[in-house]
Write a new protein. Structure first.
Length: 459
């Protein structure tokens, strides 16, 4: 009976995915899986050829999608066929769709390995159905407090699936991730040495210590390669990133887009500190799976991230640049700020932090902006700053003032009205506009700006 339910689920989900793809290409990443699980709750266990020893999960707070896509690209270059959820559907239903798409009508997996981005909160649920023996952990940081609470909750969820049968690949420069390696049968570490983009927070009034995940003492970072990630030591128990990770990015040159690892030079197309960690993580996983260094290097050269991470829209005589990073944790906001600060041409900075409307009850927060450093953006030829929001516009503006922004260069708009935001942008001559806000809000503003420019009816 269970077999019949499995095949019914397989065929129905395949037909449903095919139909959705015709109507809206690329959208059938979850629903077919949800239907399959309702028909056959143990769907995954019936797929032939699933080998946990050849299954890789990529999880963590930030960088999951890019790291998964990089690893998949390397495997593809090496001729290794992988079942991978490139669209980022990282819950159980998305995993089912990925396996279904890569299974024959007889229910047999048609790939060499399984590579899955997995949501860190749902990893224990997914692991029960598919006990992967390779887990790559990018980092465990503050994120989506309405959903995740605080990092210790996520740490415990990840720890619950790690034992001596699991091989983990962990960020040696992120204390929470590295500490999880102590629970695994084998731990492969990856990291980045101090480089030209590294910074410290010795004079930062708002900087607070990070608790050691081993003894709960204060972690001391030598420098930060990205926010809350870098060479560190706990002065109480000695837990540290060590002298050198197993896969260690050295001689990092952001201008030439190169770094060295184990005596070989690699090119990284997305040459920012944030993305460098995805490259070295992918190098660690691919290297441990026996992929030749030259193949990995070639794959890095022509890697193109799915969907891109920078969007530009030209409207009203201005170029509005939006960095597509998750705006619900301070590390990704800081990474966006670092990209903006690296552009030394004159710029208009538009900041729109606001209420989160993920699910009821909605919430607002201001602590993310206090975890970030705006000083480099302020000092990067900033002509003016616009802070808009229906709820925390003045809070965000105060944070910028605390970091030294001249109030003559600041406009506060306590509204989310697109017309008001675009009208304020048009008051300034600078054509180079950088925007940090939620993705849907950016899309709404961009759509309005384009309609407004062509004289079409506005929202």
């Amino acid at each position: 009976m269970k077999k019949l339910r499995f095949f019914a689920a397989l065929y129905i989900s395949k037909i449903l995915a095919w139909g959705i793809n015709i109507v809206a290409k690329g959208r059938g990443t979850n629903l077919p899986g949800e239907i399959a699980l309702k028909i056959s709750p143990d769907f995954i266990s019936h797929i032939k050829g699933v080998d946990p020893q050849k299954t890789i999960f990529v999880t963590g707070t930030n960088g999951k999608s890019t790291t998964t896509n990089l690893i998949a690209h390397v495997f593809d270059k090496a001729g290794v066929k992988a079942a991978v959820n490139l669209a980022g559907a990282n819950l159980l239903a998305g995993v089912v769709v990925t396996l279904m798409n890569n299974a024959s009508l007889g229910g047999k997996l048609k790939t060499d390995i399984i590579l899955l981005e997995t949501d860190e909160r749902f990893l224990p649920i997914i692991y029960k159905k598919l006990p992967a023996k390779h887990i790559c952990i990018t980092n465990v940081q503050k994120d989506q407090v309405q959903r995740n609470g605080e990092p210790d909750i996520i740490w415990r969820k990840l720890a619950s699936v790690i034992d001596d049968s699991v091989k983990v690949y962990v960020n040696a420069n992120e204390p929470n991730a590295l500490s999880l390696g102590r629970l695994a049968g084998k731990c492969i570490s990856y990291g980045v040495e101090k480089n030209s983009a590294s910074f410290d927070k010795k004079d930062d009034f708002f900087s607070v210590a990070m608790p050691c995940p081993v003894c709960h003492g204060a972690i001391a970072f030598d420098v930060y390669n990205i926010d809350n990630v870098g060479p560190f030591v706990c002065r109480d128990c000695g837990f540290s990133s060590g002298e050198k990770a197993d896969y260690h990015a050295e001689n990092v040159n952001f201008d030439n887009k190169t770094f060295d690892c184990e005596g070989k030079e690699y090119t990284f197309r997305y040459n920012t500190p944030f993305f460098l960690y995805s490259y070295i993580a992918a190098l660690a996983v691919a290297g441990e799976f026996g992929i030749d260094k030259n193949v990995i290097g070639d794959a890095f050269v022509d890697f193109k991230n799915i969907g891109g991470r920078m969007e530009d829209v030209r409207a009203g005589g201005k170029t509005i640049r939006y960095i597509r990073m998750k705006q619900e944790n301070p590390e990704t906001v800081q990474s966006a700020l670092n990209v903006i600060a690296a552009d030394k041409t004159e710029k208009l900075f538009v900041l729109g932090l606001d209420e989160l409307t993920d699910f009821e009850p909605h919430y607002t927060n201001t602590f993310y902006s206090y975890d970030c450093d705006f000083r480099k953006v302020i000092d990067s030829n900033l002509s003016h700053c616009i802070c808009f929001s229906g709820s925390v516009a003045y809070d965000a503006a105060l944070r910028l003032i605390y970091d030294g922004l001249d109030t003559e260069k600041l406009t506060v708009l306590p509204t989310n009205d697109n017309a008001a935001i675009v009208a304020e942008m048009q008051k300034h001559e600078c054509e180079n506009v950088y925007m940090v806000t939620w993705l849907k809000k950016y899309q709404s503003i961009a759509e309005y700006a384009k309609k407004h420019e062509t004289g079409k009816e506005a929202e």
